[in-house]
Every structure is written in C-alpha cells, then in structure tokens.
Ligand binder design. Structure first.
Ligand SMILES: C[S@@+](CC[C@H](N)C(=O)[O-])C[C@H]1O[C@@H](n2cnc3c(N)ncnc32)[C@H](O)[C@@H]1O
Length: 241
C-alpha cells in the first residue's frame, strides 16, 4: 500500500521521483542550520525526546547498530563504543558531512535511502530511525527493508512526530503553521523547507496506524510510547528469532 505522503510535497501533488529529489535537496540546503533550527522549533524539547530514545536503544544488546536517516549524527553519537559497529545511512551527503566532522571515522557512512538499504539480509542487531521515516517516499517499503536487514531477534526503534492529544492541537497547529515557517525563513533562509516539514508531520500516520504498518512489514512485539502528549512518539518492534 502506498501512503498518501508518497505523492505530496508540502501542499503540492508531485510524482514519487519528484518528491525524492525535493526532499533530498531540502536536507542538503538546510544541513548547516539543521541542528540550530531543531532547537528553536521545538524549544529544545527534541533533545529530551532524543535523550529518552537513546537511553532506550543503548540498553539493547548486539554489535551491529545502524542509524537510518542518521543526518548530522545525533543518535549515532550516543551509540558509539568499542564493542559496536555503528553505521549512519542517509541520502543527504551534506547532512552526513556534518556527522563526519563530529564523529570522524568512529562510524561508517552510507549514502542511501530507507527504501533501498544497501545491507545484506539478517545482518543488523539494532536499527534506529529518528525523525526520518516521515521523509521516506514509500514508508511501507522502508519498513519492509528494515525488517529484511534485521537479524532474527534484532530490534527496531523509531522516533517520529505523531498526533498530539486533542486538547493540545489548537496550540500545536498555531505554533506549527505560523511560527515554524517564519523561523525557517529567518534562521535557515528556507521557509519552503519548513512548510514541507509541517505538512509531512500532518500527513504522517498516527500512533496506531504506524504500529499496524510496522506489524504489516513483518515485525513483532510492536509497542509505542507517546512523548510530550503525542507530539512525538517512540515505536519499537523486534524480528522473530
Ligand atoms: C529530520 S532529519 C533527521 C536527522 C536525524 N536522524 C535526527 O534525528 O536529527 C531527516 C533525515 O532524513 C533523511 N532522509 C530523507 N529522505 C530519506 C529517505 N528516503 N530515506 C532515509 N533517509 C531520508 C534526510 O536526508 C535527513 O537527514
């Protein structure tokens, strides 16, 4: 099943090929300001979410860790230790360039999309994706790829924006529609990038729908935890032994 996000870019209807190119060009353009923008847009809360996410993933055992859509390396930086092989995968060379200046050769970098992961079947112990799956043009295919590369017994963790509780939505909608594109224009110089961000969040599957998509991709023990009243959400799942 192709998700409705696959043929939209912001408010425009586009082909999947156009969407892939547009998303890639956005991250290449905003890479230098990406971390600062995250702090401003979320008022620093994304750091609390990522801290919680990393605390959970770092409890998982295994040697081969992959951070998909790893961007500037926030998540991978917490995974690196002497006993692990950590790989960042991202289609944006500019985002990974920033990761490389932070993390050097303590991890591997692969330029690829979630829809086509350049790794063998059953080869990964822990696969994470943080604020990345929303950018995939084909979410179902990406989840199938994640399921394919995980070893039996391997774990998947996904941190993503989600659907906030009803009482929070009026404030959240105002913040996202009015404040974020203006911040994007002012700080990153790319209001279109941040309009895309808001639209992609609005169209992204809600908590339960996402859990069902993960199950349909063949993963088990799917569960999720809301963060900040559902503004973000951690989904987790594992591959059967
Ligand atoms: C919002 S950033 C998240 C970066 C990092 N994971 C974090 O949490 O800060 C989204 C990342 O997804 C990447 N991306 C875009 N399309 C993708 C795709 N089809 N597959 C995998 N990653 C993609 C972008 O290049 C970008 O680095």
């Amino acid at each position: 099943m192709t998700h409705r996000l696959s043929k939209t870019f912001g408010k425009s209807r586009v082909t999947t090929e156009q969407r892939e190119k547009l998303v890639r060009s956005i991250f290449n353009r905003v890479a230098g300001r990406y971390d600062l923008m995250n702090d401003l847009m979320s008022m620093g809360i994304h750091r609390v979410w990522k801290h919680r996410f990393c605390k959970e993933i770092n409890k998982a055992s295994g040697k081969v860790f992959v951070d998909l859509a790893g961007g500037t390396g926030d998540i991978a930086s917490t995974m690196i230790n002497d006993h692990r092989e950590v790989t960042i995968i991202d289609p944006s060379i500019e985002m990974m360039r920033i990761a490389e200046t932070r993390l050097g050769n303590s991890c591997r970098y692969l330029a690829a999309t979630a829809e086509d992961i350049p790794l063998p079947d059953n080869s990964v112990d822990v696969l994470t994706i943080s604020f990345g799956i929303r950018n995939a043009t084909d979410i179902s295919k990406s989840l199938q790829e994640i399921s394919r590369v995980l070893k039996p017994g391997g774990h998947f963790y996904c941190l993503e924006f989600s659907t906030p509780y009803a009482w929070l939505r009026p404030f959240y909608n105002t913040w996202s529609r009015i404040v974020i594109p203006r911040l994007g224009a002012l700080v990153a110089g790319h209001p279109d990038a941040y309009t895309y961000l808001i639209e992609s969040i609005r169209e992204f599957p809600a908590q339960q729908e996402m859990a069902e998509m993960i199950t349909s991709a063949g993963l088990n023990e799917v569960s999720y935890s809301n963060l900040s009243f559902g503004i973000a959400c951690i989904h987790r799942a594992s591959k059967t032994q």
